[in-house]
Design a binder for this molecule. Structure first.
Ligand SMILES: *[C@@H]1O[C@H](CO)[C@@H](O)[C@H](O)[C@H]1NC(C)=O
Ligand SMILES: [Ca+2]
Ligand SMILES: [Ca+2]
Length: 163
């Protein structure tokens, strides 16, 4: 019985229409089971994201992601960061709310110093105002990377399903 199921599964996978992009497509099917989510990839790196444009502050955005069993998106490698580059005016899962100056991802890990230099706009994070504790992608004119900005501002945001 178990063998038969495995054989059927293998046949299904092998007969999947696109050979080249097979893994991405299967992942996208997994991801699209969740309303509003779709798969994005950079090389072999894949993420299941929902870009939400209903403008919420950081805490409300985080709560909204949690309400659909996801989190604010974590782009903790250079490859993953390529995925977020085009998104406009969006909160991601990165803040220094807990300890000023120590940015942590939504999975609880601390932002790597080398990655920090590459993913923040030059001169950012600069904590111009005390409330600049949340990382925002392409916020404010000409900024094509992350800035720290005041968490109370209403922005788009990116939720991530970990699948
Ligand atoms: C975000 O807005 C909610 C009301 O929708 C408010 O209760 C909360 O304090 C705000 N958070 C921030 C960081 O301003
Ligand atoms: Ca800060
Ligand atoms: Ca700033």
């Amino acid at each position: 019985m178990a063998t038969r199921i495995v054989v059927i599964l293998v046949i299904c996978i092998l007969s999947f229409p696109s050979y080249q992009g097979r893994k991405v497509i299967i992942n996208d099917i997994e991801c699209r089971k969740f309303s509003g989510f779709q798969a994005y990839n950079e090389g072999n790196v894949k993420m299941c994201l929902s870009y939400r444009q209903d403008l919420k502050n950081y805490t409300d955005a985080r709560a909204d992601c949690a309400s659909v069993n996801s989190r604010l998106a974590v782009f903790n490698t250079w490859e993953k960061f390529q995925i977020v580059i085009p998104f406009e005016d969006a909160w991601i899962g990165l803040d220094d709310l807990e300890t000023e100056g120590t940015f942590k991802w939504a999975d609880g890990s601390v932002l790597d110093d080398n990655l920090k230099i590459r993913i923040f706009y030059p001169g950012e994070p600069n904590a111009v105002y005390p409330e600049e504790d949340c990382a925002c992608q392409r916020c404010w004119s000409n900024y094509n990377k992350l800035c720290d900005g005041p968490c109370y501002l209403a922005k788009n945001y990116l939720c991530e399903k970990v699948i």
